[in-house]
Design a protein around this ligand. Structure first.
Ligand SMILES: Nc1ncnc2c1ncn2[C@@H]1O[C@H](COP(=O)(O)OP(=O)(O)OP(=O)(O)O)[C@@H](O)[C@H]1O
Ligand SMILES: [Mg+2]
Length: 425
């Protein structure tokens, strides 16, 4: 194309000179001279024009290339950013380290848990656990050939608090170093709640077994005595049988309470949906416990607010709740005093039932643990009064199932008030 520029530029001058020559206006010599002159000037001019043209073309091409590079870099940035946001979205802390065990990347959960896990710093500045560091060193030092089937390790560790956290660290070596240098990943998983649940279950089994062991040992002892030394002692036999019946009754109560607790727990997630009139529920509880109260010279006083709203719940389970609270109040109040049961609306769509006694009260230190299974302020006294220590645990689970609340107010020496708040039906 460019070669055509020369004849094209020369053509008009050549035609003009030939015309002048044809018309006899120009002799051969001057015509050839003029032609040579014009050709020389044209070649110089065309050359310059063509050079300028190619510079402009190159500049355009370079600009296009730069735009393309910019576009690719932006899309790579976008990929890196979305990779980081995916990693940040993981609920578990994740740290990536390079071959030298330096932190390359940490997700948001890791930054929150371990503070600023500054990149380029050794993992040991963030996780000072010797066993974990040894395990990660082992993975990083494995030859690359072994990386076809990259290895992993699991390390259990406790992060110092407060609060102290139980963690399981899953370590994973990558098949080969990633673009950012990452060669191994550390993912931490919080097992604190799991551990606590395990401990609670173990404690519960130990406590329940212990509670059953005492009456069983008692029964076995009396059976031995009745078979041996007291075989022919009618008076002793009657006395022992009475104690044995009491122990058996105690075991029955314990097993009943355990079964009830497990039944309530099993459906604790399913909220009851009945509309319960609390008036007959409370009256039936008072009827049931009137005798026991009279035995202890305790007066039961029921005060119902007019137009008491119905509660959203299960009448049988609520009966158990108030039975336990009134039973406790009768047991722990001073003889000759009154136990006051008051029910009324509590605002925010709730109805409240408060059971108040005038007993010794409960020291503040015990309050948070009172609803734990088998927790008793004075175990010997509770046992002597026939308690299993499961009453308030049952109350708490029923109230939880009802999406209600249990409030305990107590002033030592003056008495306690247990208030149950339930949603209005
Ligand atoms: N009204 C109260 N006044 C003082 N202490 C109380 C009162 N209610 C409960 N407690 C304390 O809380 C502990 C736990 O109560 P909970 O009802 O769970 O067990 P319990 O009454 O001993 O036995 P159970 O209810 O299984 O027969 C009691 O042992 C007692 O120490
Ligand atoms: Mg009780």
């Amino acid at each position: 194309m460019r070669v055509l520029a020369y004849p094209l530029a020369l053509a008009p001058s050549v035609v003009a000179l030939l015309a002048l020559y044809g018309a006899g206006a120009l002799a051969v010599g001057p015509m050839l001279l003029a032609m040579a002159g014009i050709a020389a000037v044209t070649v110089v001019l065309v050359n310059r024009y063509l050079h300028a043209l190619s510079v402009a073309e190159q500049a355009t091409a370079a600009a296009q290339q730069a735009t393309e590079v910019e576009r690719r870099r932006a899309s790579l940035d976008a990929v890196a950013e979305s990779a980081q946001s995916i990693v940040d979205g993981l609920p578990d802390p994740l740290i990536a380290v390079d071959r030298q065990r330096r932190i390359v990347r940490a997700n948001r959960a890791a930054r929150q848990l371990l503070g600023a896990a500054g990149p380029e710093r050794d993992l040991s500045t963030t996780l000072r656990h010797p066993q974990l560091l040894a395990a990660i060193d082992g993975l990083l030092q494995a030859p690359d050939a072994a990386a076809e089937a990259p290895g992993g390790a699991v390390v259990e560790l406790a992060l110092p608090g407060p609060p102290e956290l139980d963690m399981v660290a899953h370590l994973q070596r990558l098949p080969r170093a990633a673009a950012d240098g990452s060669l191994a990943l550390v993912v931490l998983h919080d097992t604190t709640a799991l551990r606590r649940a395990e401990r609670m279950r173990a404690d519960f089994v130990a406590n329940a077994s212990h509670e059953l062991k005492t009456p069983i040992a008692g029964l076995a002892g009396f059976i031995e005595t009745l078979r041996g030394p007291a075989r022919d002692d009618a008076a002793a036999r009657d006395r022992f049988l009475a104690i044995m019946a009491e122990q058996a009754e105690r075991m029955r109560r314990l097993v009943d309470d355990l079964l009830m607790l497990s039944r309530i727990e099993q459906h604790e997630h399913a909220r009851p949906e009945g509309a319960v009139d609390l008036v007959p529920v409370l009256k039936s509880v008072l009827d049931l416990l009137q005798l026991k109260a009279r035995d202890r010279e305790v007066a039961l006083q029921l005060r119902l607010a007019p137009g008491l709203p119905r509660a959203l719940g299960d009448a049988d389970e609520l009966t158990i709740v108030f039975q336990n609270l009134v039973d406790n109040a009768i047991k722990y109040t001073r003889p000759g005093t009154a136990v006051k049961i008051a029910a009324g609306p509590a605002g925010e769509g709730r109805v409240a039932v408060a059971v108040a006694d005038e007993g010794e009260g409960i020291a503040a230190a015990h309050l948070p643990r009172l609803t734990e299974r088998f927790y008793r302020v004075d175990a010997a006294r509770s046992r002597q009064l026939g308690g299993t220590g499961l009453g308030l645990a049952i109350v708490k689970h029923v109230v939880n199932r009802h999406r209600g609340r249990l409030d305990i107010q107590s002033s030592p020496g003056r008495g306690s008030t247990f208030t149950v708040l339930l949603p209005v039906a």
